[in-house]
Design a binder for this molecule. Sequence first.
Ligand SMILES: Nc1ncnc2c1ncn2[C@@H]1O[C@H](COP(=O)(O)OP(=O)(O)O)[C@@H](O)[C@H]1O
Ligand SMILES: [Mg+2]
Length: 247
Amino acid sequence: MKKWLEVEHISKTFYKKNNWFKKKQYEGGIKDISFAASESIIGILGESGSGKTTLVKVIAGIEKSDKTSGRIRFMDTKETTKNHVSLIFQDYTTAINPEFTIEEALLESLEPIKNKAEALEKIISMLERVGLSEKYLSNKATNLSGGQIQRVCIARSLLSDANVLIFDEAFSSLDLLTTDRLLDLLLQLKQEFDLHYIFVTHNLKLATYFCEEVIFLKEGQMVEAITTQELMSTTSSYVQELIDAQV
Ligand SMILES: Nc1ncnc2c1ncn2[C@@H]1O[C@H](COP(=O)(O)OP(=O)(O)O)[C@@H](O)[C@H]1O
Ligand SMILES: [Mg+2]
């Protein structure tokens, strides 16, 4: 299978700023992470504080990697579009400006807008595609459920032409049924829009069900990159420990 993402020797170091007598002090981050993704749904797993969010922020270009770092390469994606990577976070309460209606929030993703009627039509058809009807346009995000807001976030990503969607624990606080429906939707959208997903989670069961390939982080370092099919034959004692802990 063809690679679509290459992460080469990526490090991100955080430094304490208020410590003048010791030079910069290490606080966490990620260290020398390399992997190539060929499957279209990649999972990133690891305990809290292991560097998952830092890694996906660097992949999405929100956070800069260290100067001495290697590089991130997206192959075969629509490099010309400005937002081809879109990050969807767990905290859906802040994902959408609470002052905005859903219409305003989604219109923003289509800017600059030449023809408002056309833009609205596009928005409505995308809303319907993610399982929400036109009637939500005038709602503010605060009136929507967590699952509905995540649907709006997915619609927004697709409207802005993203084809790599990164979910950082995006469904972690949603109930099982809502999560299940969202995963179903993601599988459909993946086919329809030819998308790639990076799925950050601490839930190994969910990752095994949804992802084709998983990366494990521990204390900022990658300890395993393995297909979910091969997971049971891992040679990493850390991954084995996580598997044992979940059964
Ligand atoms: N902006 C930051 N400044 C300083 N340290 C940070 C910052 N962001 C993350 N870290 C540290 O980097 C490590 C990894 O954090 P994070 O990527 O958020 O982990 P995870 O998402 O796996 O919980 C943690 O030790 C965290 O404290
Ligand atoms: Mg995190």
